[in-house]
Design a protein around this ligand. Structure first.
Ligand code: MG
Ligand code: ZN
Length: 222
């Protein structure tokens, strides 16, 4: 766990956390103006580990050959996901956070400097797999997407309300596995609506292709 996630409860930790978040918000504002100036649409993709973020991005890149897409991958260690994205021919940079459990605005800026995305690119930022503190750190992105998979159970929006409250879109992935798991899509939609009435919910399968057109329509509108 990193020291900036609010895990501690002492006065010093809370003050430190507020300072860290204020500094992050400043850098996020700088990122936002840089991205807007270059007409780059950055989408922050968040989820728990194993929800299928990288698979969804790989599939999207292959399905949208006409689009200028670039990817920033966040993980604690390894370049495995960046290698998967690179195999599609898409420009990609990996951020390794080590002991840290989220991306912040400074890391995004550094990654953008290394990646040099083209003007008008669609920039996917795959956050570290974690449903807790990535919700606290604005990166300067245009939109926030939370991915959950049907194998995780129905109750995640109520258990991790801060994450779902920040989402513009919730993607429920792996619907092809619905026959084999106990997942109630209607109840999950209701839970999302209870913590965030404005969030859209799309149920998809990144491997089988179900409803990906709705995801591509959402991206086009973003
Ligand atoms: Mg991944
Ligand atoms: Zn963290």
């Amino acid at each position: 766990m990193c020291a900036t996630c609010g895990c501690g409860h002492s006065h010093e930790v809370i003050t430190l956390e507020q300072r860290v978040l204020a500094k992050n918000d400043e850098l996020a504002a700088t990122n936002r103006s840089f991205l807007e100036m270059n007409e780059i649409t950055a989408i922050n993709v968040m989820s728990s580990p194993g929800s299928g973020k990288t698979t969804l991005l790989e599939r999207s890149i292959r399905d949208l050959p006409g689009k200028r897409i670039a990817v920033i991958e966040g993980d604690q260690e390894t370049t495995l996901d960046a290698e998967r994205i690179r195999s599609t021919g898409c420009p990609v940079v990996q951020i390794n956070t080590g002991a840290g459990c989220h991306l912040d605005a400074a890391m995004l800026r550094d990654a953008i400097d290394r990646l040099q995305p083209e003007r008008r690119a669609l920039l996917f930022v795959e956050n570290v797999g974690n449903l807790v503190c990535p919700a606290l750190f604005d990166l300067g992105e245009r939109g926030k997407v939370v991915v959950i998979s049907v194998t995780e159970g129905t109750d995640k929006p109520l258990k991790y309300p801060y994450m779902f409250a920040t989402a513009d879109l919730v993607v429920v992935n792996k619907v092809d596995l619905m026959p084999y798991v106990d997942f109630d899509l209607g109840a999950c939609r209701a839970q999302v609506a209870s913590v965030n009435p404005k969030a859209e919910v799309l149920a998809v399968s990144a491997t089988r292709g179900d409803n990906l057109d709705s995801w591509y329509d959402w991206l086009a509108a973003a």
